[in-house]
Design a protein around this ligand. Sequence first.
Ligand code: SAH
Ligand code: SF4
Length: 362
Amino acid sequence: MEKICLKDFNFGELERWVRKQGWQKFRAKQIAKWIYNKKVASYDEMTDISKEIRQYLKENTTLNVLKLVSYEKSKIDGSIKFLWQLHDGNTIESVFIPERDHNTLCISTQVGCAVGCKFCYTTKDGLIRNLTTAEIVDQYIQVQRFVGLEPEKRISNIVYMGMGEPLANYDNVKKSVQIFTDERMAGLSNRKITISSSGIIAQILKMYEDKSFPQVRLAVSLNASDQKTREEIMPITKTNTIEDLMNTLNSLPFKTGYRIMLEYVLLKGVNDTEEDAHRLAKLIGKNKKRYKVNLIPFNPFEGSEYERPDEKRVERFQKILWDYNISAFIRWSKGKDISAACGQLRKKQLDNFISKDSLVKV
Ligand code: SAH
Ligand code: SF4
């Protein structure tokens, strides 16, 4: 039988589990502190927990679910891309992005993705599987351990913009957000967590109506300004029309400090014309305060059918939005030299690193 992993538990579950073992309730707080605050990698490091309990934990639970296969650090901006191996041999990636006054971690939620956006490398082989809560949460713990626990190294922001569609792995993503925002666990600020979705309307509504889903920021990958183009590059638009999507976003309860981010991947000659910029502005219409636009120049990969527009064109697009008083910024990819762009994480290089025989047990 697979051992349980403590990182699969939110605080309530951890507490219930601790009680079930016949231990006192405060043990849950202690264990959570060691895992999420001290970020220990072994039970032996949990020094204020009795030897008996530690022994029981060792025999009956697992602590680490990710095995570091390789990492690459960008010489341009210091971002670090990590490649992790899961217990079944699948691999995922995360990216640590140091910024002037804070550090962001971009995490994955699925191995592959079923959504099938034409410009995205992750979806090439479809969806392989959902990540468990522990596999999502462990990206944060392992990366923090790797970069160091000093205050200036602290990960304060998390973006769900790695491999996979977060809202298609709803339950595990929700629990990971509970763990990240719980004071007794990771204790991150809700406003510093962003979930990026391709725009599955039913799932967005579900998240907003779900009282136990902590309120975090929402980013939606709009990527086009009209139905036809969006349908072409994002086939889910057939059932989630651009009109319905915008109506849904416009109807969400609005709270200051929680502007919705509209992500827009710029594909040369496909969605990057001046006409597109004007149409996008009209689509946003009078709801300017509700949104900010994040323009992402396309990151080409081997075999991709699209091209990245040049800098001038990208800036022109942004300028048009600005003329409408729409907040818009350009996200030139981090770590271009290590292909660490969020949403463009790839497992291709894996072939160079490990063969089947060298798979490690986690
Ligand atoms: N599935 C979610 C989150 C992961 S993708 C989503 O689609 O939102 C994160 C972002 O990367 C999305 O906005 C997506 O449109 C963008 N993206 C995907 N492939 C890209 C590429 N090759 N170049 C630039 N951005 C890309
Ligand atoms: Fe999936 Fe997002 Fe890639 Fe679309 S852009 S295929 S939703 S990971």
